[in-house]
Each structure stands twice: as structure tokens, then as C-alpha cells.
Design a protein around this ligand. Structure first.
Ligand SMILES: O=C1O[C@H](COP(=O)(O)O)[C@@H](O)[C@H](O)[C@H]1O
Length: 250
């Protein structure tokens, strides 16, 4: 199903979701091949989907730069660390890509960690894309997740951080989902990206997808819905279980 700047693709199972995610990331990266592709990856359950998709992509990985849509403020070996989730998969299968991850300095207090990460992203856009003094970044691809409460990255429903209007990266120290301290891209930084991809699998996400994707189902103020409303290009890659409550609409 496709509407203005929004596409929903439903596949039979996880394997098909991973294959389509791989081809979408590869195609989007090819479009910017003359420069390094700047991608942002999420944590949570979708990190595994991204890692498996990466194994199916043929590319010159030295030309990729990867940053985090959000990161939890725990040591980079901690089981809740998003970096650790990627390192576990990629350290053997794709060390070149892992070396090009831009890490959050989780040893800093959360406000400083967010400021430091934003500075790293400014430097990235300047060195790799020749863009300095940007009001908002133009990241090529964001791969985002969706929580069962409608959060995405570390932007939670009804949280004041949804109104952040000047920072690219913001700190949060009262995340309703543990761990409490995190850094996250803000809504305007997400809106400015070239493409937002949401790979989602499993029946546990069926209710929230119905609220987000079905008109009139009360999800309009949820963070994921707000991403979708104002993003340039949003692609949902769903398996049949996560999409099981959408059938009457698609
Ligand atoms: O806490 C987080 O949750 C969301 C969703 O994760 P999931 O495990 O429910 O799929 C994730 O996108 C985000 O990166 C993460 O920090």
C-alpha cells in the first residue's frame, strides 16, 4: 500500500522481511554511492534484522558510516547496549562496517553524551557530505524500530522531548522503558532524513501497528505516527504476523 511519501509492504515471514530490508538499504545506499552512505540503525529487537540484512548486501563497506538513532547510557559491553547488540553480530561477519560505527560516549553524564554525539554528527556531515552549518542534518537512511507503546528511537509517548525544536540529539534521563538514561535523535532530525525504514516482525506489534497505520484508530499523537506524518519518505516492511490486524485496510 502506498500513499504520499508512505509505503507499507507486507511479507510472509521474517526471512522475506530481511531480504527486502537488505535490498532497500542497498538500493538507497547506491543512490549516494559517490559519497559514503550515512545510515542510522536502531536498537531493540530490530537490531538482529538489520544485522542479518547486512550479511546479504554486497558493498564496499569502508564507504559506509553508521550511527545510532538512539543509544542506552550503559557500558558498550552491557547487554542493554545497542552498540553491543551490533558488535555481537558484526565483529566476525563484517568488522569493516563495525569499525565505521560512530559510538556514543556512554562514560559521560547523559547531557554531555548527547551534546558530544551531536557534535560528532555535525563533524560527520561536514567531513563526509561537505555540509557544515546545517540547521538540520540530511542523513541518508534511518532504520527505526517501534515499541509496543508507540515509541521510536527513545522518543516516548507524551514525553516533553517530543517538543525539542533545536537539537539533533537529545538526552533523556527518565525513559519509561529501562534503562532510564539514553540519547536519541530528535523528531526534526528524523524528519530531515532521506528515508525512514521500519522493519517490524511478530504478533506482539500487531496492535500498535493498527493504531499507527489505520486512520481514526487514535494513534495520531504517538511518536511513530508523528515521524510518519512529517518524514520525507517512510517505508514499513512488515511480516504477516505484525500486519495481521491491518488486513481490512490493505
Ligand atoms: O528501547 C528501544 O525500543 C525500541 C523498540 O524496541 P523493541 O525491542 O520493542 O523492538 C527501539 O527501536 C529502540 O532503539 C530502543 O532503544
Amino acid at each position: 500500500m502506498s500513499a504520499k511519501n508512505r509505503q507499507v509492504c507486507i511479507f510472509a515471514d521474517e526471512v522475506e522481511v530481511i531480504n527486502y530490508l537488505a535490498s532497500t538499504i542497498q538500493q538507497s545506499a547506491n543512490e549516494v554511492l559517490q559519497e559514503p552512505a550515512v545510515c542510522f540503525f536502531i536498537g531493540g529487537s530490530a537490531a538482529k534484522l538489520v544485522c542479518e540484512a547486512v550479511t546479504k548486501i554486497q558493498s564496499d563497506w569502508s564507504r559506509w558510516r553508521v550511527a545510532f538513532c538512539d543509544e542506552r547510557l550503559v557500558p558498550s559491553t552491557h547487554e542493554e547496549s545497542t552498540y553491543a547488540a551490533y558488535a555481537k553480530y558484526l565483529q566476525n561477519s563484517n568488522p569493516t562496517l563495525l569499525n565505521n560505527f560512530i559510538k556514543v560516549d556512554t562514560s559521560l553524564p547523559v547531557d554531555e553524551a548527547a551534546r558530544d554525539y551531536e557534535q560528532k554528527l555535525h563533524s560527520l556531515m561536514s567531513s563526509e557530505k561537505g555540509c557544515s552549518d546545517l540547521k538540520w542534518p540530511h542523513f541518508d537512511i534511518l532504520v527505526l524500530g517501534v515499541g509496543e507503546d508507540g515509541h521510536t528511537a527513545s522518543l516516548f509517548p507524551s514525553h516533553p522531548l517530543l517538543d525539542e525544536a533545536s537539537k539533533w540529539v537529545a538526552p533523556i534521563s527518565d525513559s519509561p522503558k529501562p534503562p532510564p538514561s539514553r540519547v536519541t535523535l530528535t523528531l526534526p532530525a528524523i524528519w530531515a532524513a532521506g528515508k525512514c525504514i521500519f522493519p517490524v516482525i511478530g504478533g506482539g506489534k500487531a496492535d500498535i501497528l493498527k493504531r499507527i497505520l489505520c486512520p481514526g484508530d487514535g494513534g495520531e499523537n504517538l511518536p511513530v505516527h508523528r515521524v510518519m506524518q512529517s518524514s520525507k519518505n517512510t517505508l514499513w516492511i512488515l511480516d504477516s504476523k505484525s500486519a495481521e490486524k491491518l488486513e481490512e485496510f490493505f
